[in-house]
Design a protein around this ligand. Sequence first.
Ligand code: AMP
Ligand code: MG
Length: 347
Amino acid sequence: MIKYCGVAVLLLLAACDNIAHDQKVHKEEFLAFGTLVNLVIYGESEQQAHTAVKFAIADFMQMHQAWHPWQQGALGDVNRALATGKSIKIDVSISELVSKSRMYYETSKGFFNPAIGGLVKLWGFEESELIARAPPSHKALKQYLQSNPQLADVEQDDLILRSRNPAVLLDFGGFAKGFGIGKVVDHLKKIGLRNFIVNAGGDLQVVGSKGGEPWLIGIRHPRDNGILASIKISGEDSVFTSGDYERYFIFEGKRYHHILDPRTGTPANDFQSVTIVHPEAALADAAATALFVAGKDAWKAVAQSMGIQQVMLVERNGDVLITPQLHQRVEFTKDSNKQVINIVSLQ
Ligand code: AMP
Ligand code: MG
């Protein structure tokens, strides 16, 4: 029987009891990307772990500032320029975000669309503190959809960016965390770390193992604040979940959350959560968002086109759909016995 601790916040199980006592495990927590980041490092000297933590904090802080779509910083400046039709010189990391997201837009068949910053704003999801409010009017949504903001409207010549459509505002929130975690992982590997986890609010990438033992990771239940299932992972792998519980408000008894369907302009509602396991954190993050939006009818096609095989989805009624490739790796908690679990092949 697995013993869980502090699961609601971090979902990093990793033999929690041992962490406090095991001299070989260093653990550090700090805030970045609006969430609690948790770094677990195994088998390094105190000094090396300290250096790694310092680099990770600096990297996250820098990315957080540069990639925030609305605040002062590189992406905020880009959005202010695009909205007024001005061209702007971008830095290399913004250029990488733009080109990666063009690819995800294509492979996700348009369900992943980072040009929808204006829609995020229309719903008020850009605010750090969400307040319950009436959803945007039918008229406002119709106007937004007619303005049809697409990444294809954004032209790039070397590092100069310009938009033909002032309605385009870039919001890379659907995969920036994964892309950022991947960058921190690369940095820590470069300075010699071999066994560690970078976990941002339950979305994480692992490297290596815990003294030869796999890391034990919890996947959050979308409704009851506990763990739905756990998975043992080692080597290089990442686990990302998109959920309607992460950012939402309730208005007149209805939940409105932050993962938006670009076709309708409204929150995608087929799933409560979508979890993806894949070695590349940026792709896992983008795919979790894309499949969430794709919904019941299109998630399989989108998974295949994005090159994803390990998927778990919790439907609106709480039933679980899981691909065989992921099912063979997870263990559902005892409490989830009541849950309907359907193994669904992608073919
Ligand atoms: P995630 O938690 O990774 O699914 O990311 C959710 C965030 O991605 C939202 O807060 C928005 O900033 C952004 N987003 C919402 N809908 C979409 C979409 N259809 N495509 C791309 N990004 C989106
Ligand atoms: Mg995502």
